[in-house]
Design a protein around this ligand. Structure first.
Ligand code: DOR
Length: 439
């Protein structure tokens, strides 16, 4: 493999508090040197990054790849291509596949299928067998096969004893548990946030309490068991407060937020004319919640940004609001949406280094993944960004098989222009190629 020399870019590496122009030399899939000015090896492939931003490879810790079982929505190849197109070098894949990812053979299957992919895939194992919430899955064997954490995401763990045992066991094998916080009795067949908009529209609502009650339970269990708990897609002001207080008490927990919960509210369900691409779980909440999510992200209560990429086939979404599946596809929009927020200056303290931290070092820390930094010796996973690139979200051009985004047609400023995985370019100017040597 030829060495890769990235020269003249603004390097932003929040893990080391680094934000300065520098050259980077990559050899054999590893960051060999990063210095203000390096001598260019004559045999190297060169990327002129003048005017561009170079960051550690972005990591998305919440992705649904639908493989195996629902490959008509997405598969490992299309999902990893979408990741590379969106600037991600690695992702963690949720286990709500068909069959569920509740067994070591499923973990191995994902690694095998992703071996030459355009982005690295880290499988998450199911917490319970068949995601049924009744019997704990074989976490230890899945961990040995390479599972990086455990979750029934898409479904809550209704039985508190199962959550308790899972947290206790996962603690013993040093693995995080990712919780999808939802009290299914309070959820009770709702399709959007419960509030004035759902009343006006005549749609069944999902109260904030459905999320908060379950989260409060799990935080109490965590106090009992110890271990490490990560909260997926936090969506309400009350949840942010619960996380803030639990962290202040010293509990070991982390939390993520999605771009759609940061940017949209339940009003869009009305204003879009019941567009089913606004239907997501947890639902889009109120402006009050949205502001609280930003406050939580800025003060460190919320650790990371994750897409919760939930691809669905257009036919699945082309039904009445009540019947559409929940989910928004986000791999190809997450970074541009967030860069656009930085560019706009709408959120005062939302700087580029903070955004990069939320998409690199924070997710790497949460799941204890390699990368998240450009420190010499790190894997050569990098993202190169053009902060001034303007484009319009057009799902028809996506690498993902899905099209389900409420952001279609949105004009944005800022986009990834290179994705580099293990020292190989997997996306250049929007064009994706697989990483032949293997991810
Ligand atoms: O909207 C969602 N879709 N939320 C989830 O938790 C699961 C996901 C899916 O798998 O479609």
């Amino acid at each position: 493999m030829k060495p890769l020399f990235i020269t003249g870019g603004r390097v932003v590496d929040p893990a080391r508090n680094f934000d300065d122009s520098a050259d980077i030399l990559i050899r054999e899939g590893v960051v060999e040197k990063l210095e203000k000015e390096l001598k260019q090896p004559p045999e190297a492939e060169v990327i002129d990054a003048a005017g561009l931003v170079v960051t550690p490879g972005l990591i998305d810790i919440h992705v649904h790849l639908r493989d195996p079982g629902q490959e008509y929505k997405e598969d490992i190849l299309s999902g990893t291509r979408a990741a590379a197109a969106g600037g991600f070098t690695a992702l963690a894949a949720m286990a709500n596949t068909d069959p569920a990812g509740d067994d070591p053979s499923m973990i191995r299957y994902i690694y095998e299928r992703a071996a030459n992919a355009a982005a690295k895939v880290y499988p998450l194992g199911a917490l319970t067998k068949g995601l049924e919430g009744k019997e704990m899955a074989e976490l230890g064997r899945m961990k040995s096969a390479g599972a990086v954490g455990f979750s029934d995401d898409g479904r809550p763990v209704v039985d508190g004893t199962i959550m308790r045992n899972a947290l206790q066991y996962a603690c013993g094998i040093d693995a995080p548990v990712i919780a999808h916080e939802e009290d299914s009795y309070l959820f009770a067949g709702g399709v959007m946030h419960e509030g004035s908009v759902s009343s006006v529209l005549g749609l069944k609502g999902i109260p904030s309490a459905a999320e908060e009650a379950m989260m409060a339970r799990d935080l109490l269990i965590l106090k009992l068991t110890g271990g490490s708990l990560h909260l997926a897609h936090v969506s309400t002001a009350g949840s942010v407060e619960l996380v803030r207080n639990a962290k202040a008490e010293g509990l070991q927990l982390t939390a993520e937020v999605t771009p759609h919960h940061l940017l949209l509210t339940d009003r869009l369900v009305k204003n879009s004319g019941y567009n089913t691409n606004t239907k997501v779980n947890p639902p889009l909440r109120t402006e009050y919640d949205r502001q609280a999510l930003w406050a939580g992200l800025l003060d460190g209560t919320i650790d990371a940004i994750a897409s919760d990429h939930a691809p669905h086939h257009p036919d699945d979404k082309d039904v009445e609001y009540d019947f559409a599946p929940f989910g928004i596809a986000g791999l190809e929009t997450t970074l541009p949406l967030m860069l656009d927020e930085v560019a706009s200056g709408r959120i005062k303290k939302f700087t580029l280094p903070l955004l990069v931290e939320k998409l690199t070092s924070a997710p790497a820390r949460i799941l204890d993944l390699p990368g998240g930094t450009l420190a010499p010796g790190s894997p050569a996973d990098l993202t190169i960004i053009d902060l001034n690139r303007e484009f319009i979200v057009n799902p028809e051009t996506w690498y993902s098989k899905s099209r389900n985004t409420p952001f279609a047609g949105k004009r944005l400023t800022g986009a990834p222009v290179y994705t580099i995985v293990g020292g190989r370019i997997t996306m250049k100017e929007g064009v994706v190629t697989e990483n032949e040597k293997g991810a």
